[in-house]
Design a protein around this ligand. Structure first.
Ligand code: X8Z
Ligand code: ZN
Length: 614
């Protein structure tokens, strides 16, 4: 049911955006809508969307924490309802173009049009199919298991391993063949996704075109308060700023991998085999730290060991994260957060383990969904997820169309910016390491660990949507899905598949955000934003030393500054929110480069004279 009078349309000029949707036929004598009509329309849209989104996210929560055919069908049905409403509302909103609505109304009309990353066409059968595809693809990822190659000794249901098991191998094993088995095994789970993904692209492209976009990528790039082409150029600008640093890190790490695996397996001047970087997607190399540690014999940074030794349970880890936010002056998480969250992997059913944070009812019904293990990586992810939750609560007073990040990169950057304050000094304070490394050697070690997380991620953060944008535009046809994927991974990351791949594989589907249809440029942006946010928060906290040593733990002044930005939600163009915290309206990687200056100087000496690049 929609309360919107979507077909009572008056004459409309389509001048504002060249790609605005076509208005349905106009009855000749209809009254011209006014600014007041537009305001009333977004008021109703907010109310209706809130109702529909609560129902849908409730069904999504149930599905993600209990994957069955029934919960998938249920979630798909509720998704269909909100899709149908959105398609109608967006088409109906066209009549308000040029009516001179107030700025908040204009902004909500703009946000309405880009509200869904998966727009459905108005055809009911296609909409139903799209909702089913979306639920099914995410379910396939969540249920993915590797049971050994057919005919191999390892095959057998009792030996099947899920992503968590396989990630553990990627993180810990340094056995080339064991790594290869885990990598190739996981990449079998996405093969059957290919036809479903292709169909999802076709239908959602049609949906995007109906509401006036060239294709789905054009819609995704339109969420940044600037023309989509300008956004793409701006992303390239940031990448150009950090690319030389990435190449230096790549060079150093490759030389260490050559020592571990030999030059026959890790050749000079070639991309690194993707299964050797300590992570299933080679997107975060922190697990390689023991292999690439700059100076041995320095104070230990092994947080994993401390978590194990102290038998830290998942709840304690989340409490530690919450304590960071309350130290900044934020209220503790609601009681229901502790009752309703999924902290550990249930033993008796399939769930989507990929971490996420929710406000199921758009009224501070906060929860996280994780399968927490006692590792430093998960401790950082907890801070990441809580960043989402504290953001959600800070803007909960706004209408649902404004209940969002200033842009999606902001949402991903908040918890990460906080986690940059997990310095050795902070870790010692909370008893997770014994000694704070003080001299230059200790600093380089600490920085190396961070760079393996943050700098290694950058090209991966960029290439996922580079791939999808080309798929959505048709530049990459389905017959080249996998080939195009590996071209980008070679080009940006300098990594290559360890075994030959073909179009029978669908390797992009082995990364959660592709089957789950979550745009990914947000994480690239967040990796740049978070250092600028960190710097601004450190200034607010009165920090005077080097940026990499700053922890804002306990600073109410920093917390206040952060909260002021969070509370704006999506109500203003993002450069305004950016300026509220950082004083600048532009993203810039110089804070990241400043943060890593000591490591970079050291790295350059290490790789001098080596043949870098690929
Ligand atoms: O998906 C996530 C979060 C949930 S929004 C856990 N991240 C990206 C990933 O895992 O690929 C955080 C870093 C990048
Ligand atoms: Zn996130």
């Amino acid at each position: 049911m929609t309360t919107l009078p979507v077909l009572q349309l008056a004459a409309v000029l389509l001048a504002a955006t060249p790609s605005a949707p076509a208005a349905p036929p106009q009855p000749a004598a209809a009254a011209k809508p006014t600014a007041a009509d537009a305001k009333a329309f977004v008021g109703e849209a907010n109310a209706e969307l809130k109702k529909l989104w609560i129902r849908w996210s409730t069904a999504e929560w149930i599905k993600s924490t209990y994957i069955t055919d029934d919960t998938e069908r249920n979630a798909a049905a509720l998704n269909e309802d909100q899709m149908a409403y959105l398609t109608d509302a967006i088409r109906g909103a066209v009549r308000f173009q040029g009516v001179g609505a107030d700025p908040d109304t204009e902004r909500m009309l703009m946000l309405l049009r880009i509200a869904s990353p998966l727009p459905a066409p108005s055809d009911a059968a296609q909409r139903a199919e799209l909702a089913q595809l979306a639920a099914k693809l995410e379910g396939m990822y969540g249920k993915g298991k590797w049971c050994g190659a057919p005919g191999s000794a390892a095959r057998g249901a009792e030996k099947c391993r899920d992503l968590q098991d396989l990630e553990q191998v990627m993180a810990k094993s340094r056995d080339y063949d064991a790594l290869l088995d885990a990598w190739t095994g996981w990449h079998t789970i996405s093969r059957d996704m290919r036809p479903l993904y292709e169909r999802m692209v076709t239908i959602s492209n049609a949906g995007a075109r109906e509401i006036g976009f060239r294709d789905l990528g054009d819609l995704w790039r339109s969420g940044y308060d600037m023309p989509p082409d300008a956004f793409e150029a701006d992303t390239d600008r940031l990448w150009a700023q950090v690319k030389p640093f990435y190449e230096e890190l790549h060079c150093y790490v490759r030389s260490k991998l050559q020592k571990a695996y030999g030059k026959a397996r890790v050749p000079d001047g070639k991309p690194i085999p993707a299964h050797l970087l300590g992570n299933m997607w080679a997107q975060d190399w922190a697990n390689l730290y023991p292999l690439v540690e700059p100076y041995h014999g320095q104070p230990s940074l092994d947080v994993d060991a401390a978590l194990r030794r102290q038998k830290t349970d998942p709840i304690k880890m989340v409490k530690l994260g919450e304590a960071f936010f309350t130290s900044l002056g934020f209220e503790p998480l609601p009681k229901t957060f502790w009752e309703r969250s999924q902290f550990t992997k249930p033993r008796d059913r399939d769930v989507v383990c990929h971490a996420s944070a929710w406000d199921v009812t758009y009224s501070a019904d906060l929860r996280i969904k994780m399968c927490i293990r006692p590792t430093e990586e998960d401790l950082v992810t907890i801070h990441h997820e809580l960043g989402h939750n504290f953001y959600q609560r800070a803007y909960v007073h706004l209408p649902v169309l404004f209940q969002n990040g200033a842009n999606d990169g902001f949402h991903e950057a908040i918890g990460d910016a906080i986690a940059l304050s997990i310095t050795p000094g902070y870790l010692k304070q909370v008893g997770l390491i014994q000694t704070v490394p003080k001299d230059e050697k200790g600093v380089v070690n600490v920085q190396m660990k961070r760079a393996l997380e943050k700098v290694a991620f950058l090209p991966f953060g960029k290439l996922i949507d580079q791939w999808r944008w080309d798929v959505f535009s048709g530049k990459t046809p389905a017959s080249r899905y996998n080939a195009a994927w590996w071209e980008l991974r070679r080009k940006y990351q300098g990594v290559d598949a360890p075994v030959s791949r073909s179009e029978a594989d669908f390797d992009p589907g082995a990364k959660y955000h592709v089957p789950a249809n979550v745009p990914y440029t947000r994480y690239f942006l967040a990796h740049v934003y978070q250092f600028q946010f960190h710097k601004a928060l450190c200034e607010a906290a009165g920090w005077k030393g080097p940026l990499h040593e700053c922890s804002i733990y306990g600073s109410k002044a920093a917390g206040k500054k952060l909260d002021a930005m969070l509370a704006m939600g999506a109500s203003r163009p993002w450069p305004e929110a950016y300026a509220a915290l950082t004083g600048s309206r532009q993203a810039d990687a110089s804070a990241m480069l400043e943060y890593f200056a000591p490591l970079r100087a050291w790295l350059r000496k290490q790789i001098a004279g080596q043949s870098c690049g690929w």
